[in-house]
Every structure is written in structure tokens, then in C-alpha cells.
Design a protein around this ligand. Structure first.
Ligand code: ATP
Ligand code: MG
Length: 713
């Protein structure tokens, strides 16, 4: 057992009844959850009767690993709300008109479905951007307002144009989802809550099954999540919630800080445990965090305390522009590594918006610092990956309209938009799915012979695939790639490199799935893991790389050294919060910076620039209001680093170039069977790079990695 303080011990030992652990960052809330689970199992509680909800997949995985170390060989439910709800929904799908193999739509699927709806309703998507409408729909769902309720609630005399459009589109969107046997992220929660609300027997059964419920980061639950927890800890109130109101940062996505504040009213029997000590950060870091958060008015004052050293002062650096900022951050990371022996993986760089990562990536490449960006979702948004997954989705769920629309003519099969639209309208008239319509295509009154033939061929192609026949997810994916001729014409060339290596990566993901699910591989299980992937998933804390992520993604994590860039007005606080002039949004921005700051263990550097290129314009910046609220060690560029580093900066930095691969050698045709060669070749190419970056020359940063020579083996 790891060490626990007295109050942590109290929370761990408490067994029956509701428990609220309210404490600041780094005080061991997550550790309490882990130990509590282990303790319950230790006491003889059947692990299957424990339900632990974490905020991210990564947190769930780490918690599972730690619990397994504390009590080996036990299986229990440690997952996110969405994953847990997907599980419940699959088991009870019929009750709300879905089938258990339903698809979980991504944001881009949602958009494509909504565009279809707007088209059918004759609503111009230029005036009513689908993204905005989807935001409204999401908001409604998080507040448990259904499509029909939304439409009913809409009042012509008080609602604006916009809401009128949402009120029309929302129910149609929902119908199309249902016809596609699909749900969006918010539906996962909303459907389950609705299901349990309407079926008390089922609710009681699940409540009874999960004897112990634990929820970390309770301050960021939205109404749907809150209701779910309430319903599952109604008869058996062994609920343990941990959280910190000062770290509530998802209000913009429907989280309600109120949920944690009313816990004691919701569960009058509850016991409250406060954890006082911060084990994570130095006194200097905690002081800055404390000074900052004290400016929030809508909060109960709470003191942050640590026995840790004072440590280095928190620094604020001001640079001319984003490029210089990125280079100097990279330079100081290099310096940390060289003079203090800090590992790359001990360093994280946070930013308010993803767009700020680009300049950093360039700088880190120039300085030959290995890094990873928390952007796992972006992988699944790539065209070739979406294509491949759409095939799998359509195999799994023939009703999936978004998948159908995406791949019916990709690669081209002579099935044009007009044919698709005709088929779609006909399918709707007959209450068929697209796949069913294809099976009846001969009877279509107006489609010509060629179109019918092409559609029939497509139907036959899709009928051909099955996971059972393929034997594994990887094999199924391979056979899809092969039979549809997706790689046809692609070569081992630079031009095709991105696409093909992404497909190779997806094969690796499939192989991983096969490995992790040897007994019960299912197509919906695999697809679910890709749909519920999040930016943090790919982050490997042992990869020996500097980590780049947004402050939102950083929640719950910790790093010895943290850099927060772009601490400027309009970034943090975000321009949206400044524009709306809404005090609670503004305070959420302050909490966000507070979360960022409190991730740091020993070193914390905030940076700002005088001007920043953003969205194609270069603008003068204004220092963040929040900066003045903390006593920081203010450093400018010249005094921040030794003059040698600064003067190096003055030299003409050349843009990092792609390594000079010799692609000619690889220019044979790609097939699904030799796809892996691409990876091998690239690994060989990479192996020739000076890979032991930590031990590279200490004197001068390599200014132009492009000039390094790579020999093809
Ligand atoms: P956050 O609010 O940021 O999520 P938290 O309250 O969940 O923080 P943890 O992540 O559980 O805090 O713990 C912070 C750090 O302190 C971790 O590295 C953890 O291992 C360590 N820690 C927690 N409790 C103790 C303890 N009693 N003794 C030593 N280290 C501890
Ligand atoms: Mg935590």
C-alpha cells in the first residue's frame, strides 16, 4: 500500500453511505479513489459490483492498472461515462428503438447527417451553419431536453430565427439518427438516463448490481451524468464523489459546478472529507495558483497548503512573437535536459487553443526534441481513416446512413449524387435502410440500368464481408482494403506516404484490438473504441517525449516541468468569455489557467508575446489580466536565457525540413500485403537519425535539421 494521510485514510476506510471528498489539486483525490476500490475488494466486495467513473479513457486505464497492482487479477468497471453508457445502451437498445450494434456518430458524421436534414428542409446551411445548430442540440441534450420537447418549448413569439431552425431540424436529425441505428455522443447519456427514468425496474436492477459507485472529477459532471449517478445510487447510496469546484472547466460543454455543491443536500447522510495537503507542487507554484484563484468571486475560499519545498519562482517570459516564444521554450527545455538532466517526458507544454501547437512543433523539431501531441482524435478524422472505418461501420450496421453516404462511391463506382438521392428518397418512402433499398434496387421505377447494376455490385461487395469469416479485426480490415482496391495506384512515394502510413497505423490499431480482446472480439466493440477515442489516448508517459496539449486535456495530470504559452488576453481568458461579458465564463477561464498551473510539480514557466499571428493576421497582444493577479518573476527574453541562447536566436532560423528520404527506392506499388514495408523502411530511415537526443552535443542547437543527411540502408 502507498502512503496515505489521515484524512485520505478516512476516505478510503469509509465503506457505507455517501461520501464527498472535496479537495484542491494534487491532494490525492484520485489516489483515494484508487485505494478505496482496492480496499473494497480487500474487504471481500465482488469487484464486478464496483463502478468507477473517470473523466478520460487514459485516467480509466491508469486507474485500472494501479488497482490491478494493488489487488491483482480482478476485473471491474473503471471507465468513462460514455463508455459505461454505451455498454448499458447496447444491452437495452431495443427498449428505445435501437439495435445493439448501433453506431456512435462522430462530430463529422453528425454534420453530414444534419446537412442532409437541412437540405431536405430547404434550410440554407450558409446562413445556419450545421456546427452551430449541433452546438444547440448538444446543449439541449446535456440538459436532458429531447428533440420533441425542444420543438414544443419553442415559442414563435419569443424565440429567434435561429431557434426556429433548430426546433425544426432537431427532430428530423433525431429521426435520421434512429433510422441509421446510430447515436451521437450526447445521446449515449441522454438515452440511458431516459431509459432508466422510464423503467424503474431496470433502474433498480442496475442500482442493485453496482453496490459501490465512485466518481472522480465530479465538479465536471453535466445534468445527464448527474442524473445517471443519482439514479444508480438511489436505493444503495454507497456513492463516493471526489472533486474540486475550482477545477470545473467544462461549463461550456454543459458541466454544472452546482452538482458538486449540492451533493450534501442530495445525500443528507453524506460524510464530507477534506484533504488539506498538496503533494504535487512546490510552494511557489501553489502560491501563484492560490493568488490567481482567490480572484474568483463565485467560490468558497479554500487554502492550498504543501509541505514541499519553496522551489524555483514561477517565471513569466515575454517574447516578440509566437515564433520566438516557441523557440525559446524549446531552448529552455533543451537547457533543462542538458544542465539538470531532466527527461523529455518530464516536460509538458500547455496552450489554450490547439492552433498554438504548430509553431511549437516546428521549434521542437528544429531543436531535435522528441515530442508527442495530445491529438488522438485527429487521426480518426483523416479522410482515409474515415473511409476505412465507414466500411467497417456499414458491415457492422447496415442502417448506418452516414457511413453509406461516405463510401458508396469511394473509390468511384459510378454511383453519383443523383443516384444516391433517388435511392435515399425511395428508401425513406418504403421505410427501408439504404442497404435494404439496394437489395430491392431492381424494382426502382426511374433509376437506369447502369445505376442499378452499380448499386447491386456494391451491395454484393458489402455482403461479402464478415468478422466471423475473416477471423480477426485485422484480417477483416485487410480484406476490405484489398477487395475494394483502396491502395490501387498508390506507391511507396512521398506523395502517398501520409495516407498509406495512416492505413498501416489503423491496421496496427486493429491488431491491438485483436490482442486485447482474444475471447470476444466484436465489430461494434472495435468501432466503439475508435468512436470514443480521445486526444489523450495516444499519450504515452513513458515514451521519452515532451508532451503538448491543451489545458483542458491536462486535467488530472501532473508533470515535473510545465510551460504554459500564450498567456494573453483573448487566449486565456478566451475571446469568447470576454465578448459575452459573462462573469461565470470569465471565472471558468481563470479556473482553466488554475488547472494548468497546478499540473506543475517543480518548474513552471508562463509565456506571452507582444504580437501573435493568429487566423492569418498578426495582431498586437495584450497581456492576460490573470498575469497581474499573481506575483511572478517577470523575465524578458534577454534575461530569461543566457545571452548565448538569445544571440543564437538572432541567427537566421531555417524552417525545419522533412528529412531527405530517398523515396525512389521505395516506389514500388503498394498492396495490403506489403504495406508494412513502408513502416519498416521508415523505421530504418529514422534509425539513421541521431536518435539519442538527450546526449546530443551540448554547445549549440542544430539550426537546420534539414541539412542532416539520411542514408537509405
Ligand atoms: P487533481 O485535483 O489535480 O486531480 P488529485 O487530488 O487527484 O489532483 P492525485 O493525482 O491523486 O491528486 O495526487 C497528486 C500527487 O500526489 C500524485 O503524484 C500522488 O501520487 C501524490 N500523493 C497523493 N497522496 C499522497 C501521499 N499521502 N503521500 C505521498 N504522495 C501522495
Ligand atoms: Mg485527480
Amino acid at each position: 500500500m502507498e502512503r496515505l494521510t489521515e484524512s485520505q485514510q478516512t476516505a478510503v476506510e469509509h465503506q457505507f453511505g455517501p461520501l464527498l471528498v472535496l479537495a484542491g489539486p494534487g491532494s490525492g483525490k484520485t489516489r483515494v479513489i484508487t485505494h478505496r476500490i482496492a480496499r473494497l475488494v480487500d474487504r471481500g466486495v465482488d469487484p464486478r459490483r464496483i463502478l468507477a467513473i473517470t473523466f478520460t479513457n487514459k485516467a480509466a486505464r491508469e486507474m485500472s492498472d494501479r488497482v490491478r497492482r494493488l489487488v491483482p487479477g480482478r476485473q471491474m468497471w473503471i471507465s468513462t461515462f460514455h463508455k459505461f453508457c454505451a455498454y448499458l445502451l447496447r444491452r437495452n437498445a431495443r427498449m428505445i428503438g435501437l439495435k445493439s450494434n448501433f453506431t456512435i456518430f462522430s462530430t463529422s458524421d453528425q454534420k453530414s447527417v444534419l446537412k442532409q436534414v437541412l437540405n431536405d428542409l430547404d434550410i440554407d446551411p450558409v446562413h445556419y451553419p450545421p456546427g452551430n445548430i449541433l452546438n444547440q442540440i448538444s446543449k439541449a441534450k446535456n440538459d436532458l431536453v429531447s428533440a420533441n420537447q425542444f420543438a414544443r418549448n419553442f415559442n414563435e413569439s419569443t424565440g429567434d430565427h435561429y431557434q426556429a431552425v433548430v426546433a425544426r431540424a432537431f427532430p428530423e436529425y433525431q429521426k435520421l439518427l434512429l433510422r441509421s441505428n446510430a447515436v451521437d455522443f450526447d445521446d449515449l447519456l441522454m438515452h440511458v438516463v431516459q431509459l432508466l427514468a422510464e423503467n424503474n425496474e431496470l433502474r433498480a436492477q442496475i442500482d442493485e448490481h453496482y453496490q459501490y459507485t465512485l466518481v472522480d472529477e465530479y465538479q465536471d459532471t453535466n445534468l445527464a451524468q448527474y442524473q445517471l449517478i443519482r439514479m444508480l445510487s438511489h436505493d444503495q447510496q454507497n456513492i463516493c464523489a471526489t472533486g474540486d469546484p475550482d477545477q470545473s472547466i467544462y461549463g461550456w460543454r454543459g458541466a454544472r459546478i452546482d452538482n458538486i455543491l449540492r451533493f450534501e443536500r442530495d445525500y443528507p447522510e453524506s460524510q464530507l472529507v477534506r484533504l488539506q495537503d498538496n503533494f504535487r507542487s512546490t510552494k511557489s507554484i501553489l502560491k501563484a495558483a492560490d493568488e490567481l484563484i482567490a480572484h474568483n468571486v463565485q467560490r468558497k475560499p479554500k487554502e492550498l497548503f504543501t509541505n514541499n519545498d519553496v522551489g524555483k519562482p514561477v517565471e513569466l517570459h515575454t517574447y516578440t512573437d509566437g515564433r520566438e516564444e516557441a523557440d525559446m521554450v524549446a531552448a529552455s527545455i533543451k537547457q533543462l535536459a542538458e544542465s539538470e538532466g531532466v527527461n523529455w517526458s518530464d516536460v509538458a507544454i500547455f496552450y489554450r487553443v490547439n492552433a498554438l501547437s504548430r509553431e511549437l512543433e516546428l521549434a521542437l523539431t528544429r531543436w531535435q526534441i522528441p515530442y508527442q501531441v495530445a491529438a488522438g482524435v485527429a487521426f480518426y478524422e483523416r479522410a482515409e481513416i474515415k473511409d476505412m472505418l465507414s466500411y467497417l461501420r456499414l458491415i457492422c450496421n447496415p442502417d448506418d446512413y452516414a457511413a453509406f453516404a461516405r463510401i458508396v462511391n469511394r473509390p468511384t463506382r459510378g454511383i453519383g449524387k443523383q443516384t444516391q438521392n433517388k435511392l435515399r428518397r425511395w428508401a425513406a418512402q418504403n421505410r427501408w435502410t439504404m442497404t435494404e433499398a439496394i437489395h430491392h434496387v431492381e424494382e426502382h421505377p426511374t433509376l437506369n440500368k447502369r445505376a442499378k447494376f452499380a448499386l447491386k455490385k456494391f451491395g454484393e461487395l458489402m455482403d461479402h464481408f464478415s468478422l466471423a469469416d475473416s477471423g480477426s479485426m485485422e484480417q477483416l480490415l485487410r480484406s476490405v482494403i484489398d477487395r475494394i482496391g483502396y491502395l490501387k495506384g498508390m506507391k511507396f512515394t512521398e506523395a502517398d506516404y501520409e495516407q498509406t502510413s495512416n492505413i498501416e497505423e489503423l491496421l496496427t490499431v486493429a491488431r491491438q484490438y485483436d490482442k486485447e480482446n482474444p475471447d470476444d472480439p466484436t465489430l461494434e466493440g472495435f468501432l466503439e473504441s475508435t468512436s470514443l477515442a480521445s486526444d489523450l489516448d495516444a499519450i504515452d508517459s513513458e515514451a521519452g517525449q515532451v508532451t503538448l496539449m491543451t489545458m483542458h486535456a491536462a486535467k488530472g495530470l501532473e508533470f515535473p516541468h510545465v510551460f504554459i504559452i500564450g498567456v494573453e488576453q483573448n487566449l486565456i481568458p478566451h475571446e469568447r468569455a470576454l465578448k459575452t461579458n459573462d462573469a461565470s465564463e470569465y471565472e471558468e477561464e481563470r479556473r482553466l489557467l488554475f488547472v494548468g498551473i497546478t499540473r506543475a510539480e517543480r518548474g513552471l514557466v508562463l509565456t506571452q508575446t507582444r504580437q501573435r499571428a493568429f487566423r492569418g493576421k498578426t495582431l498586437h497582444t495584450i497581456p492576460s489580466d490573470f498575469v497581474r493577479e499573481m506575483s511572478l518573476e517577470q523575465l524578458n527574453m534577454a534575461s530569461g536565457f543566457g545571452t548565448s541562447t538569445s544571440s543564437q536566436y538572432d541567427r537566421d532560423w531555417s524552417r525545419p525540413k522533412e528529412p531527405a528520404h530517398d523515396w525512389n527506392e521505395l516506389s514500388q506499388e503498394i498492396t495490403v500485403d506489403n504495406l508494412h514495408l513502408l513502416g519498416d523502411k521508415l523505421d530504418a530511415l529514422k534509425a539513421n537519425q541521431p536518435s539519442d537526443l538527450n546526449s546530443s552535443s551540448a554547445e549549440e542547437p542544430p539550426l537546420d535539421p534539414g541539412s542532416f543527411h539520411f542514408d537509405v540502408g
